[in-house]
Design a protein around this ligand. Structure first.
Ligand SMILES: Cc1cc2nc3c(=O)[nH]c(=O)nc-3n(C[C@H](O)[C@H](O)[C@H](O)COP(=O)(O)O)c2cc1C
Length: 212
């Protein structure tokens, strides 16, 4: 045995160090327009958790962005003519390393407000990883919506991470401060580490490959 690490070990350590030191900017999309909407608690909790894990995380709330029903892609507008909120979001998407889509389920499918928010971007989303966190008031965590979003996000040019979050009975899963409670809240907290690890891995991989 010598006191020197082998070349493969040094390369591995350098890779791990780069991985852990990489800063990530993550947008969290959420798209319910309902009064007394529940998914906002999950979206805000994810922002907090990702920030605690060292990312910069920002909520993109479709209701707050308040785009009209859109009629053409952002890239089809002549420079400076797109609605300002649309242009602002285009810049945010282009500057982000990765995304999380917090999705609820309406009538067995996706929420229209979130779809309208993202449908008219394409090059802005290209080759970036995204994770899905679904929820519902019932026991099935919005699974059908999550499956639909997996296809849609792929069509928008993103790579969807294999590890999703699913939260059942969202109405009972957070206390008044937004802290997860009960069995479903505990399950959410347990699942977060693997969810974030997956997102971080693919975010760093895409960042290294694109040289940004
Ligand atoms: C119009 C409508 C349709 C719904 N359809 C479903 C459904 O298909 N599956 C389901 O699990 N929950 C369904 N729900 C219940 C939602 O899971 C629950 O209301 C949830 O809080 C909606 O998300 P939000 O509060 O963020 O808008 C529906 C709720 C609404 C308002």
């Amino acid at each position: 045995m010598t006191g020197f690490a082998s070349l493969p070990t040094l390369l591995f350590l350098r890779g791990s160090w780069q991985h852990s030191m990489m800063s990530r900017h993550i947008l969290i999309f959420y798209g319910s327009y309902r009064q007394n909407r529940q998914g906002i608690h999950l979206a805000q909790w994810l922002v907090d958790q990702l920030q605690t894990s060292g990312d910069t995380a920002e909520l993109v709330d479709a209701k707050a962005v308040n785009l009209p029903m859109l009629d053409q892609r952002y890239s089809d507008y002549a420079e400076g003519t797109a609605p300002p909120a649309m242009a602002d979001l285009a810049s945010k998407i282009s500057a982000a390393d990765a995304f999380v889509f917090v999705v609820g389920e309406y009538n067995g499918g996706i929420q229209a407000g979130l779809k309208n928010l993202v449908d008219h971007y394409l090059p802005e989303f290209r080759r970036r990883p995204t994770a899905i966190a679904s929820y519902s008031a019932g026991p099935f965590s919005g699974l059908r919506s999550a499956q639909d979003w997996r296809i849609i996000l792929g069509a928008l040019g993103m790579v969807v991470t294999p590890n999703s979050l699913g939260l059942a009975r969202i109405n009972q899963a957070f206390d008044g401060d937004g802290t997860p409670i009960g069995e479903d809240g505990a399950r959410l907290e347990r699942a977060f580490a693997a969810f974030a690890d997956d997102l971080h891995f693919w975010s760093d991989a895409a960042k290294m490959k694109s040289g940004s």
